[in-house]
Design a protein around this ligand. Structure first.
Ligand code: SAM
Length: 273
């Protein structure tokens, strides 16, 4: 995947979030419709994915695919870990994340980087947070190998992603949409069972898995209602992204897409023979 084309894909998201004062790019989580702002729902998804994973004053946390840094900032404020590093492929998002937190004495660090080649030392990380980003990765096994490399023994990977039970259909649509580049979504969807089988084959220890498709749909549908109520003056080009997200919400509602949250542990000891 070219860095430039992902950058172009996320430009409308950047405009849309800036126009509405949002800090996240994720679908969010809501038990029922009409109860919370989209911003709050995006935070709720972060807390839901982390669950009761321990993050303390000595922890090092990586937020991979951190977007414009909303979730990194929320995690940092709540847990005050020793270090929180946000890694993001798009330069424009890294710039936005840095600008927002500039001048704060203590804040997350944001780096441009690729989830397939993490710019982090071996066995140096306690918790990896990865929300709605792995759907873009061309080689997810390589990403998980990197997670295993950088996690300390006993370290935890929290991964939330959009998945599908109709992988073949989406693969065909993905190939077709490459021909009409403005519809190319950069999504390489897996099913939840693809994820579970891969975690097992790579030796991760299972902590938790839950499917939150309905709650993500509640949140995204409400969020789009809020966005749709505001007049779209001066927010160039995000009309198309609104329609795209509306389509994603429909696919979640009709269960063509799912939303899965996983927590896995890197084994404390590798079993010998
Ligand atoms: C849907 S957004 C989610 C952003 C953030 N996690 C949040 O919840 O607000 C997915 C993000 O993953 C980033 N991304 C995609 N491929 C990546 C890669 N190979 N390495 C790092 N980040 C990547 C995208 O640029 C985008 O910012």
């Amino acid at each position: 995947m070219s860095q430039r084309s992902l950058e172009v894909f996320y430009e409308p998201n950047l405009r849309l979030t800036q126009a509405h004062g949002l800090l996240g790019y994720n679908a969010g989580y809501a038990e029922a419709r009409g109860r919370a702002t989209f911003d709050q729902c995006q935070k709720n998804l972060v807390w839901r994915l982390l669950g009761d994973v321990e993050i303390g004053p000595h922890s090092t946390v990586l937020d991979i695919g951190c977007g414009i840094g909303g979730p990194s900032g929320w995690i940092y404020e709540r847990y005050r870990p020793a270090r929180l590093i946000g890694i993001e492929y798009c330069f424009s998002s890294v710039r936005t994340a840095k600008q927002r937190l500039a001048g704060k004495p203590r804040s997350p660090i944001f780096l441009q980087g690729d989830a397939h080649w993490l710019p982090v030392r071996d066995q140096s990380v306690d918790v990896i947070f990865n929300l709605e980003s792995a759907l873009h990765y061309a080689d997810k096994r390589k990403f998980f190998a990197e997670c295993l490399r950088v996690l300390k023994p006993g370290g935890v990977l929290c991964l939330g992603d959009i998945t599908t039970r109709h992988r073949r259909t989406f693969a065909v649509l993905g190939t077709l949409s490459r021909l009409i580049s403005q519809f190319f979504t950069h999504a390489r969807l897996w099913s939840s069972s693809d994820y579970l089988a891969t975690f097992e084959s790579l030796g991760f220890q299972f902590i938790r898995h839950e499917q939150v498709t309905r709650q993500s749909w509640n949140s995204l549908a409400d969020g789009l209602d809020d966005i749709g109520r505001v007049r779209w003056r001066g927010a160039r080009g995000y009309r198309g992204r609104f329609c795209y997200l509306y389509f994603v919400a429909r696919l979640l509602r009709d269960k063509w897409l799912d939303y899965d949250l996983f927590a896995l542990e890197k084994p404390k000891r590798v079993e010998s023979g």
